[in-house]
Design a protein around this ligand. Structure first.
Ligand code: B16
Ligand code: MG
Length: 217
């Protein structure tokens, strides 16, 4: 069976992580506290409501379900204002070359993102046409580290999990891929990524040859 590739969005194909960080920081500051860069690492790949709950926890705050909905949508309005200005320049190094190589080799490509804003981002950055399947925060009920998002992507690509290679920048996403019995390539800093099958600073270090070599390990 042929290999299939599943890409996380934020932090792998585009650098939207910095916008999430700015918007969450602004929200925390408006509530009278702050959180560290290291804490921010734990938010990567985690869905919006779960992220808010973690942040409120760090600030020692408790909010009702209704207040949490309001805070999450406030953060999202700031975030959406930033991503609405994104350009194709914000596609991360190596993304276009790798996606083009995979596509021309007939390899199926899916998106596996926690974000409910993936369609705006894919449009703004002109990446949408590469994907055979898109699974994002609108189509799943559980957040990474649960494997649901990646299992759904495999299903939509009509392939088995063991044929899938996932590209992830977040520990929650790495855990999700492993829980789904998939191979995982970590993108970014080694210190934040444990248990991956391969690690690269960005997609410019990845070739089809390196991806195919993974299936024998
Ligand atoms: P939204 P990914 C994730 O995207 C982000 O890493 C995470 O920081 C964010 O909270 C989550 O999407 C939800 O995003 O608020 O736009 O629905 O890395 O899984 O592509
Ligand atoms: Mg990510």
């Amino acid at each position: 069976q042929q290999i299939a590739c599943i890409f996380d969005l934020d932090g792998v194909l585009v650098d939207t992580a910095v916008y999430h960080y700015k918007a969450w920081k602004q929200l925390a500051n408006s509530l009278g506290f702050d959180f560290t860069q290291l804490q921010n690492e734990q938010l990567k790949g985690v869905n919006r409501m779960r992220s808010l709950e973690m942040i409120l926890d760090w600030g020692g705050m408790q909010k009702s379900a209704e207040e949490k909905e309001e805070l999450a949508s406030l953060k999202n309005s700031w975030y959406v204002a930033m991503i609405n200005k994104m350009t194709t320049d914000e596609v991360l190094p190596g993304s276009l070359t790798l996606l083009t190589e995979l596509k021309s080799s007939g390899i199926k490509i899916a998106l596996g993102s926690a974000s409910k804003n993936s369609s705006i981002i894919l449009q703004r950055t002109n990446l949408a046409h590469f994907f055979d399947a898109i699974v994002d925060g609108n189509s799943v009920t559980t957040s990474k580290p649960d494997p649901e998002v990646f299992l759904k992507a495999a299903e939509m690509l009509n392939t088995e999990p063991e044929n899938c290679v996932v590209f992830e920048d977040a520990q929650a996403g790495v855990m999700a891929a492993l829980a789904g019995n998939m191979k995982v390539i970590g993108i970014g800093d080694e210190e934040h990524l444990k248990e991956t099958h391969l690690i690269a600073k960005d997609l410019s270090e990845i070739t089809l040859g390196k991806i195919l070599a993974l299936r024998n390990n």
